[in-house]
Design a protein around this ligand. Sequence first.
Ligand SMILES: Nc1ncnc2c1ncn2[C@@H]1O[C@H](COP(=O)(O)OP(=O)(O)OP(=O)(O)O)[C@@H](O)[C@H]1O
Ligand SMILES: [Mg+2]
Length: 305
Amino acid sequence: MSKILFFGGKGGVGKTSCSSAFAVKRASEGHKVLLVSTDPAHSTSDLFERKIGPKIVPLRDNLDALEIDPQKEADDYIKMIKGNMSQIVSPIILDEMNQQLDAARVSPGSHESALFDKMIEIINKTSADYDYIIFDTAPTGHTVRLLSLPEMLGAWMDTLLRKRRKTMALKRMVDRAKGKESEQDPIIKILMRRKENLEKARHIMMDEKSLSFVFVMNAERLPIEETKKAVKLLKKYQIPVQSLVVNRILPESKDEFWKNKKLSETKYLEEINESFDVSHIYKIPMFQSDMKASSIDQMADYFRK
Ligand SMILES: Nc1ncnc2c1ncn2[C@@H]1O[C@H](COP(=O)(O)OP(=O)(O)OP(=O)(O)O)[C@@H](O)[C@H]1O
Ligand SMILES: [Mg+2]
C-alpha cells in the first residue's frame, strides 16, 4: 500500500510548490511517486511548465502526475448516471429522476463528493503502482471538509435513500392498482454503491499507516493559528499529521527592517516547534523569485528525509 499524503494549508502559502518539490525529491530517491493536483486553476501544469491534464503523464524518472478538475468531475458523474438510466427506465420515471439528479448537482457536497469519488478511485487504482500518492489540495478549510465527507455524506445519502424508497413504494402501489409490474429502481442501486465506496474510503483514511497530512505554512501569526485549528479538526477524524513545512524562511539581513522581521520569525518558529507534535518540520527558504520548473529541484533539496 502506498503512502498517501495530503498537502494542505492556507491560500498561497506554497502548497503547490512544496508538494511538487517533495514529490520530485522522493522520486529522485528512487521511490515511485504520483503527484495529483485537485486545483481547478491547474497550477501544477504552470509550475512544471507543461500540460498535465486528467490522465496520468510521466514528469520525471519515477514521477507521474495528473490534474483533476472538481467541477468537471461532478458534471461527468451526473451525466454518466443520466446516460445509464435513460437505457433502463421509462420516460416518465426518467423525467422525475433527472429532476432529482439536478437537485443532487447543487446539493451540499456534490462537487466535493465527485472529487472525493475520483480521489478514492485514483487511490484504489494506483496504490499498487506507487510508493507515494501526493495530493496538492485547495486551501485548508476545503480539504479538511473533504476528509469529513464520508461522515457527512453518509447521513445525506441515508436521507436520499429514504426519500427514494418512499417514492418507489408509492409508485409500486399505483402500479399494482393498475395491474402493472414495477420497474427496478437504478437510483437506489447507484446510491447504495456510492455509499459502499464512501465506507471503503473511510477505511483507507483511518488507516494510520497509509494516509496522513502535511501542512504548509509561513512563520506568521495567521497561518500558525489556522494550522492549529486544522490539526485539531483532523485529530477529531483520527487523521494523523505527519509533518509540517515552514515555507519562505527569510534570509539574514543587516537592514534594520528585515532584522526585526527575522526576529519575529524566529519567535514564531519557536512557537511552531513547541506547538506541534510531528515527526518532521521542513524549513524552506524564501527564494529570490517565484517558483518555476527550473527551481523545483532547488526547493526539492530541502525535503531530504
Ligand atoms: N519558498 C518560496 N520562495 C519564493 N517564492 C515562493 C516560495 N514558495 C512559493 N512561492 C511562490 O508563491 C506563490 C504561491 O505559491 P503556491 O502556488 O505554491 O501556493 P499555494 O499554497 O499552492 O497557493 P493556492 O492556495 O492558491 O493553491 C507562487 O507564485 C510561488 O512561486
Ligand atoms: Mg496551489
